[in-house]
Each structure stands twice: as structure tokens, then as C-alpha cells.
Design a protein around this ligand. Structure first.
Ligand code: NAP
Length: 386
């Protein structure tokens, strides 16, 4: 016990050192800083690709848009927003450091989460490790005086302002990946892509991505400024991206894919059921048709299938949900969220199992045989996705 905590502490000290080295190289371009920090820790960028700091790595995007990250990321959102229990800040920071110590290099937040306090948390916890770990964030949902208006604003001047504000909250000088959170029907996608390209030239943004957009929008955006990743909902209970052309266009253009809510907002982990009470003031699951007591009772049959399937293999339902996404393509990097060390460890262990393709197909068939009750979003939320 003592040994392992010492090991973690010393590794964190080492990461701090690497980050300091990266910061000191202020005259080199940001990408060089990232590489320098990686090499300071691992000895060579090639070995980072194989194992990183204890986790395998994957590459999102190709060519100049390539972005190397741990094969599983960490969704920070639920620590302050939409997931009911929010531990105190110290606990959250400790858990984010535990994730980093275990080799997670991709952390996901957004301006709208909180709003603002999720970016602030990520900045406070991870800002000093910039250049070593990556905190990706998202613009698009309008926030005025710290409040969400419910509108979209991806006007070029707004993107620029949000970028400056996010840099401050994240305590960094470059955003490793900046996503458009939702399509803005008032701003041509070419203008959004062009603005991001300018921010890249200015060294403020390294990579970019888009959330919940269709294949046509992806093509238009990618033609102006190559995309690194698309982030959309994808898990065993919501597989639209397999049939609506999104995964096909990512494969064709060499764009990575980041499935959000990879355990269907925790449901596939098995801890939620028809009796679960969500915080009415801070949990959007209250508003989702798939999370009514009736829907959860009906859909729990899917969790039961995962639990039975996993029992023979020593896997939990959460590990199967994440493993199923990971085996779909080498350019897919799920970003599960948690507030608990036990869940973090369980989720990262999903990377240690290897099932045959026949086993994954069998699981898919078992799950597909059960109809999912309730749509994923209510009408208003559905209106915001393409
Ligand atoms: N781009 C977008 O529009 C968008 C939308 C939604 C989310 N996201 C991103 O995706 C990330 C993850 O999404 P999410 O939080 O909606 O969904 P998720 O990762 O599918 O589920 C998170 C929930 O699962 C629980 N959980 C985690 N590990 C578990 C385990 N092993 N067993 C049982 N329960 C477990 C967590 O509770 P505990 O705290 O108890 O572990 C948490 O409430 C977010 O943090 C955010 O960064 C993006």
C-alpha cells in the first residue's frame, strides 16, 4: 500500500517536472512542447505509443490533425454537473490526479458544464500538468454572465472570446482540442472551421473536433480545417453513428471518434434502477425519456444480459460496455466519467481484457434482441443535434 502510493507520488512529481520543462520552452511551438514533455517522461515518443504511463495509447485523427492520447479518457462533466452527487473539490482533484497517475492523458470538459465551474475544476487540478495531459473543452452553447441561455453561438467573434476565457480557466496557453459542442444554424460551418484554423495559427488551439454533427457537415468542416475527432453519443443502447454515415465518414477521412456517455450515462454500469432518485436541480437524466422509472425497469434487461455475459469472463457490465466500444475501431477513444476511485480502476481495467470477435458479436446479438424503451433525448435536446 505504502509502496504504491509512493510510486504514484513520485510519478506525479516527475510529471510536474516534465510540465515545467514544457513551460520553460515557451519559444517553441506548442506541439513541440507536448512532444518534449512526452519524451521527458518516456524517453521516446514511440514508447509512449505502445504503453504511455501504464495505459495503451491511441491516435485520434491523421496527418497534421493526429492527436495521441490514452486509449480511455476521463469525462470530467459529472464531477460538477448533471450527475447528482458532486463530491467536494478536493476529492475531485485527488481523483483527477489518480486518473493521471494511472496513465489517463485525455480529460474532457466544456464551457457549458456548470457552466464554467467544470473547466475551473479541470484547470485547478490539471493546469500545472499542461503539455503532459490534455484537457479538451467545447464552445457553442451560449453562456452569458455564467448562465446558459439555451441558444447556440458559434459566431467567429464568440469562438475567439470563449477561447480566451477557456485558456484562463484551464490555466494554460494552448487548448489541446477545442470542440464545437453543437451545430449553430446561424453560423456557416466553414466560418467555424476558418476561425479554428486561425486560432491554430496563433498557437491557441492544437486540434479541433465537433459534436453531434452529420456526415455532410463533417465533410464541409474537414475540407477547411482537418478535424481530429467527432464526439457523439455512442454505446450499446444508442448506435445511430453506425448507420447514419458518421463512423463511415470518420473512417474514410481519417478522423477519430470519441463516444460520449459510453455507459449510457451510467446505466450500463448497473448501479441505476427504477428506484434511483436523481437530483432535480443538477441531473439532466430527470429530463430524459430513457431514465423514467418505467424505461429503466424495462431496459434493465440489457444490464442483466451484460452481467450474465460478464460473469463467465470475470468482467463487469461497465467493462463490457467500454470494451465493446474499444474493439469497434483503433481510432475510438471513449471518455467515461466517474466520481469514484473504484469505478475509475474498474473502467481502466476494461483495457486488460481481450474477447474474440465472435464473443463481441454474440454480445451484440443478445443486446440487440431487447428493444430499448424511451428515446435518448427529449424534444428540445433532440432539436439541438443534427
Ligand atoms: N459532447 C457532448 O454533447 C457530451 C454529452 C454528455 C457527456 N459528454 C462527455 O462524456 C463524459 C461521460 O459522459 P456521462 O457522464 O454522460 O456518461 P457515462 O460515462 O456513460 O456515465 C457516467 C456515470 O456512470 C457512473 N459510473 C462510472 N463508472 C461506473 C462503473 N464502473 N460502474 C457503475 N457506474 C459507473 C458514474 O457514477 P459514479 O460517479 O458513481 O462513478 C457516472 O454517473 C462526460 O463527462 C462529458 O465529458 C459529452
Amino acid at each position: 500500500m505504502e509502496d504504491s502510493s509512493k510510486k504514484h507520488l513520485s510519478r506525479r512529481g516527475f510529471l510536474k517536472y516534465a510540465a515545467t520543462v514544457g513551460t520553460a520552452l515557451a519559444v517553441t511551438p506548442a506541439w513541440d512542447k507536448l512532444q518534449a514533455a512526452n519524451q521527458a517522461v518516456s524517453g521516446s515518443s514511440a514508447s509512449v505509443k505502445e504503453r504511455g504511463n501504464g495505459l495503451p495509447h491511441r491516435i485520434l485523427g491523421t496527418g497534421k490533425a493526429a492527436f495521441e492520447v490514452s486509449a480511455l479518457g476521463f469525462g470530467v462533466m459529472g464531477m460538477t454537473y448533471n450527475r447528482s452527487q458532486h463530491p467536494d473539490k478536493k476529492q475531485c482533484i485527488r481523483l483527477l490526479h489518480e486518473a493521471m497517475d494511472r496513465g489517463v492523458t485525455l480529460f474532457d470538459t466544456a464551457i457549458i458544464y456548470g457552466p464554467l465551474n467544470n473547466e475551473e475544476l479541470a484547470g485547478e487540478a490539471l493546469g500545472e500538468f499542461r503539455g503532459k495531459v490534455n484537457v479538451t473543452t467545447k464552445f457553442g452553447h451560449e453562456v452569458i454572465d455564467g448562465r446558459a441561455t439555451g441558444r447556440q453561438d458559434s459566431h467567429p467573434a464568440t469562438i475567439r472570446r470563449y477561447c480566451e476565457e477557456s485558456l484562463k480557466r484551464l490555466r494554460t496557453d494552448v487548448i489541446p482540442m477545442f470542440y464545437q459542442h453543437r451545430f449553430d444554424s446561424h453560423t456557416p460551418v466553414e466560418d467555424v472551421a476558418g476561425t479554428i484554423q486561425d486560432l491554430m495559427k496563433e498557437g491557441k488551439v492544437l486540434h479541433w473536433g465537433m459534436c453531434e454533427v452529420n456526415a455532410d457537415t463533417i465533410r464541409k468542416a474537414h475540407a477547411v480545417c482537418p478535424l481530429t475527432a467527432i464526439q457523439s453519443e455512442y454505446h450499446l443502447m444508442h448506435r445511430d453513428v453506425e448507420t447514419n454515415g458518421v463512423l463511415d465518414v470518420c473512417r474514410e477521412l481519417g478522423i477519430g471518434f470519441v463516444p460520449y456517455s459510453p455507459m449510457n450515462r451510467g446505466f450500463l454500469g448497473g448501479d441505476l434502477n427504477e428506484y434511483t432518485q436523481f437530483d432535480p436541480d443538477n441531473d439532466n437524466r430527470n429530463t430524459l425519456p430513457r431514465f423514467t422509472p418505467e424505461a429503466m425497469r424495462a431496459n434493465y434487461r440489457i444490464v442483466n444480459v451484460l452481467q450474465r455475459f460478464g460473469r463467465e469472463r470475470g468482467m463487469t457490465s461497465a467493462q463490457l460496455a467500454l470494451g465493446w466500444l474499444l474493439q469497434k475501431a483503433s481510432w475510438i477513444v471513449p471518455i467515461p466519467g466517474t466520481t469514484k476511485l473504484s469505478h475509475l480502476e474498474e473502467n481502466l481495467r476494461a483495457l486488460d481484457f481481450s474477447l474474440t470477435s465472435e464473443e463481441w458479436t454474440e454480445l451484440e446479438h443478445l443486446v440487440s434482441a431487447i428493444p430499448v424503451m424511451g428515446s435518448r433525448y427529449n424534444a428540445e435536446q433532440q432539436r439541438q443535434v443534427q
